[in-house]
Design a protein around this ligand. Structure first.
Ligand code: ZN
Length: 316
C-alpha cells in the first residue's frame, strides 16, 4: 500500500474495510472508515460538519444499504471526528470513557463563535488564523451527539462476523484516543494517532504514550494497511515517520527546557529539518508547549486560544 492516488472520497480496501479520504488532510480535513460484515457495518468517525458527513454516508450508501451501520466508533473527541454523529441514527456510539468526558469541552457553537470573531476582524492574528483554517466548515446547526457506550483498555466488537478490536492508546493526541484494528483484514484505522504528510498536534500527551502507540501498531499489530486520521492510506512505514517526528520534537524540546530556554523561544528556535515540508508545521508550537508542561507539571494547561495564537504566529 501507500501508492496510488490520494483523492477525495471512498477507497475500497481488502477484507470488508473501506476508507473515506479528504485531501489535503490539513486542519479539519479528516478521514473516516467503514468495516462491513455480513449484514451490519461499523463506522469509524464522522466528519467536521453535517454536509461533509452526509456526503460520506451517501458514498458508503451502496455498502450500508444491505449492511446498516450498527456501531459508530469515535476515535477521539475532536470535532473533525465526531461533529457528524447525529446523522448516524440508531447506531451505538462507542468511545473511550476519557473521550466521552472530553467531548462536551469543545462544542460546535464555540468553533462557530471563533470563526465568526475572526471573520469580523476580532482577536487579531489569532482570529484571522481561525477564519482561514475553520472557515470552510459549517458549525451552525450541529447538535453534539455524545457516545452511548464507553470502554477503557480494550473492547471487541463483532460486526456481523467480522471482529474489530478497539484499543485505547491515549492520552496522547487527546485525552481519550483509541485505534480500531481489524485483524482479519490486517488493517488499522488509527484516528489522529497518525497524520500522513501532515504535522501531528499533541493536545494532551504525554509524548511517550504517543510513541508507545506507534510502537504498538508497528511491532505488535504490524498491519498491511494503515488508514490515518488525516492524509493518504499508508502502511507501517507511515507510522514510523510519525514516530520519528515525535521522537525528534521530544528531544529538541527537552534539550531546550534543560537549558532553561522559555517555551516561546524554544518554538522559534527549533529547525524542523526533514519535517519542514509537512503541512501545518505551526503545530510545533502546541507540541513543544505540551512537552514543556510534561516536564514542568506546575505550569498547568495553556488555554486553547493562547495555543492558537502561538500557532498563528508561526504559520506560514
Ligand atoms: Zn483530526
Amino acid at each position: 500500500m501507500g501508492s496510488g492516488g490520494y483523492e477525495r472520497g471512498r477507497v475500497d480496501l481488502d477484507g470488508g474495510c473501506h476508507a473515506w479520504l479528504q485531501p489535503d488532510g490539513g486542519w479539519g480535513w479528516s478521514n473516516a472508515g467503514l468495516v462491513v460484515g455480513d449484514g451490519a457495518s461499523l463506522l469509524i468517525d464522522t466528519l467536521f460538519d453535517l454536509k461533509l458527513t452526509r456526503e460520506m454516508l451517501d458514498g458508503f450508501g451502496p455498502l450500508t444499504g444491505a449492511n446498516p451501520i450498527g456501531t459508530l466508533v469515535n476515535t477521539h473527541a475532536n470535532g473533525d471526528h465526531c461533529y457528524g454523529n447525529e446523522l448516524v441514527t440508531g447506531a451505538d456510539i462507542v468511545a473511550t470513557e476519557a473521550c466521552a468526558e472530553e467531548m462536551p469541552g469543545t462544542p460546535p457553537e464555540l468553533l462557530a463563535a471563533m470563526v465568526e470573531a475572526g471573520e469580523n476582524g476580532e482577536l487579531g492574528e489569532t482570529g484571522a488564523f481561525f477564519a482561514r483554517i475553520f472557515g470552510p466548515f459549517e458549525f451552525e446547526g450541529i447538535t453534539l451527539t455524545p457516545p452511548t457506550s464507553t470502554f477503557t483498555g480494550r473492547h471487541e466488537v463483532d460486526v456481523a462476523g467480522t471482529t474489530v478490536e478497539l484499543l485505547e492508546v491515549g492520552p496522547a493526541h487527546t485525552a481519550g484516543d483509541c485505534i480500531a484494528h481489524v485483524p482479519g483484514a490486517s488493517t488499522v484505522f488509527t484516528g489522529d494517532i497518525c497524520f500522513i504528510e501532515g504535522t501531528p498536534i499533541m493536545w494532551a500527551g504525554p509524548i511517550g504514550n504517543w510513541i508507545d502507540a506507534c510502537d504498538l501498531i508497528i511491532e505488535d499489530l504490524h498491519p498491511d494497511v494503515v488508514v490515518p486520521g488525516h492524509g493518504p492510506v499508508t502502511d507501517v512505514a507511515g507510522v514510523r515517520r510519525m514516530r520519528d517526528y515525535l521522537v525528534f520534537v521530544d528531544a529538541q524540546a527537552r534539550a531546550r527546557h534543560a537549558d532553561g530556554m522559555p517555551v516561546e523561544e524554544a518554538i522559534r528556535d527549533i529547525a524542523l529539518g526533514e519535517f519542514a515540508g509537512w503541512i501545518d508545521r505551526e503545530r510545533l508550537a502546541v507540541n513543544v508547549d505540551t512537552v514543556y508542561r510534561e516536564l514542568d507539571p506546575d505550569r498547568g494547561r495553556t488555554d486553547v486560544v493562547t495555543l492558537f495564537g502561538m500557532m498563528a504566529a508561526l504559520a506560514p
